[in-house]
Design a protein around this ligand. Structure first.
Ligand code: SF4
Length: 201
C-alpha cells in the first residue's frame, strides 16, 4: 500500500512538472508573438553552452518518457561516456545526427532552462522586470528590446521556480550541471519504476 502511494506521488510530480513546462513554453511563445522577438533560424547556440545548470526535477518528464520507451539505460550509458570524455555539452544536443530544427533530440521533453533561455524575466534591484536574454537576441533585436510591450504577460523565471518548489522543494533547489540533472532524473525514475509490473498510462 505504501509502495502504491509513493508511486502516485512521483507520477503526480511528473505530471505537475510537465504542466509547468508546457505553460512556460506557451508563455514564451505568446511573448515572442507580441514582442516580435524570436530565435534566429537554425540557431542553437544556447544548447552548445558548457556548464549550464538545471534541476533534476525539470527532467522528470524526459526521464519518464525514456523509461517508457526503453531508452533509459542506453541514455545512462551515453551520459557515462560523455562524462569520461569530459564533455559537458547537453547530451540531448545532436544537430548533425538528427538534423532537427533545434538540434535537440528530445525537444518535447526539454527542461525549463531550455524553454526560458533567451526569454525569461526577473526583477532588477528596483523591482522592475528585466529580460535575461542571449547575445544574439540582444544584437538582432536591440530596438525591440528597448520598446518591450509593457502590459504583455512575460515569462517570469521566479514564478516557474516557485511552482517547482511546491512540487519538490529539495529537487527543485538542487542545481547541477545539465547532464547530471538528466542523469539524476533518469536514475530516480528507474529506481522507482523498474520493480513495478504495472505502469501508469
Ligand atoms: S535563445 Fe539565443 S542562442 Fe538560444 S537559440 Fe535563441 S537566439 Fe540562439
Amino acid at each position: 500500500m505504501l509502495h502504491i502511494s509513493k508511486h502516485l506521488i512521483l507520477y503526480n510530480k511528473i505530471r505537475a512538472v510537465n504542466a509547468i513546462l508546457r505553460s512556460a513554453s506557451a508563455e514564451v511563445e505568446y511573448f515572442q508573438a507580441k514582442s516580435g522577438i524570436h530565435c534566429i533560424k537554425n540557431c542553437h547556440e544556447c544548447c552548445t553552452k558548457q556548464n549550464i545548470y538545471a534541476s533534476p526535477l525539470e527532467f522528470y518528464p524526459l526521464a519518464y518518457h525514456l523509461f517508457k520507451t526503453n531508452k533509459a539505460y542506453p541514455f545512462l550509458e551515453e551520459l557515462e561516456q560523455a562524462q569520461l570524455n569530459d564533455n559537458s555539452t547537453c547530451i540531448l544536443y545532436k544537430p548533425g545526427l538528427f538534423n532537427l530544427e533545434f538540434g535537440c533530440e528530445n525537444y518535447m521533453y526539454r527542461g525549463l532552462i531550455c524553454r526560458l533561455f533567451g526569454y525569461s524575466f526577473s526583477n532588477d534591484k528596483h523591482g522592475a522586470l528585466r529580460i535575461n536574454t542571449c547575445r544574439i537576441i540582444k544584437r538582432e533585436f536591440a530596438d525591440k528590446l528597448n520598446t518591450l510591450p509593457v502590459k504583455t504577460k512575460k515569462p517570469e523565471m521566479q514564478k516557474y521556480y516557485s511552482q517547482f518548489y511546491k512540487i519538490d522543494f529539495i529537487e527543485a533547489n538542487r542545481l547541477v550541471p545539465m547532464n547530471e540533472a538528466i542523469q539524476i532524473a533518469i536514475e530516480k525514475i528507474l529506481f522507482h519504476y523498474q520493480f513495478r509490473t504495472r505502469r501508469p498510462a
